[in-house]
Ligand binder design. Structure first.
Ligand SMILES: O=C(O)c1ccccc1NCC(=O)[C@H](O)[C@H](O)COP(=O)(O)O
Length: 217
């Protein structure tokens, strides 16, 4: 029997969503430390959310940063108990390595995938990161580098060996997540827009149905 697919709910910014993710059995929750995002939280808000107990298992807290300077990462880590840093900007392999060394936390590099050429980058990053998050590229003119509800061509991943553990992201929801898992062989999935009622507002019912659909796949 194959292991259950892991689930990350990204962009948690209120207690009801955090509790719903815990109750549903999400493995990871993502806190967005990027003020232009409607999902953004302060380090103190993330700490409050991560400190909630009583709604089931505690997921691993993931801090999402976009081209953050060391001082910003330091300020986040002083307040928020994170277990994984998701780098979602233009961080180079060397910058990923420097962040991993300096802060002593595992690093997950997000890569936008639109073509085979984007997958070639995996090899440059692999020695310097612990995981990949394979996401759609932001559409031209998008205000955010991620969390845009668009999917990439999953067939690009079929038969590919990815040189680190990885999560599939981009335009997933409870209706398409099983097909996405079948098409790509993903063993972990990440969602943000697909569990929102309005942009930036998570819906506990959608969180629960997404996790159930991923686990049933
Ligand atoms: O979600 C954001 O607001 C965000 C802001 C800046 C950089 C990345 C961001 N989100 C990245 C994520 O991890 C999303 O979960 C991933 O892109 C999938 O998003 P969606 O297609 O909306 O499910």
């Amino acid at each position: 029997m194959s292991a259950r697919v892991q689930v990350k709910i990204c962009g948690i910014n209120d207690g009801a969503a955090y509790d719903a993710a815990c109750r549903a059995g999400a493995d990871y929750v993502g806190f967005v430390f990027y003020p232009p995002s409607p999902r953004s939280v302060t380090p103190e808000q993330a700490a409050m959310l991560a400190g909630r107990t009583g709604a089931g298992r505690q997921p691993l807290n993931v801090g999402l940063l976009v081209d953050a300077a060391d001082a910003e990462i330091e300020a986040v880590l002083e307040a928020a108990p994170l277990g994984l840093l998701q780098l979602h900007g233009e961080e180079s392999p060397a910058r990923c390595a420097a962040i991993r060394d300096r802060f002593g936390l595992p690093v997950m590099k997000a890569l936008g995938i639109a073509s085979e050429a984007d997958l070639d980058l995996l090899h440059a990053y692999a020695p310097h990161v612990d995981r990949f998050l394979l996401d759609a590229k932001a559409p031209r003119g998008a205000s955010l580098p991620g969390g845009n509800a668009n999917a990439f061509d999953w067939s690009l991943l079929s038969g590919r060996s990815i040189p680190r553990p990885w999560m599939l992201a981009g335009g997933l929801n409870s209706v398409n997540v099983a097909s996405a898992i079948r098409a790509t062989g993903a063993t972990a999935v990440d969602v943000s827009s697909g569990v929102e009622r309005l942009r930036g507002v998570k819906d506990p019912v959608l969180i629960s149905s997404f996790v159930a659909a991923a686990h049933a796949a």
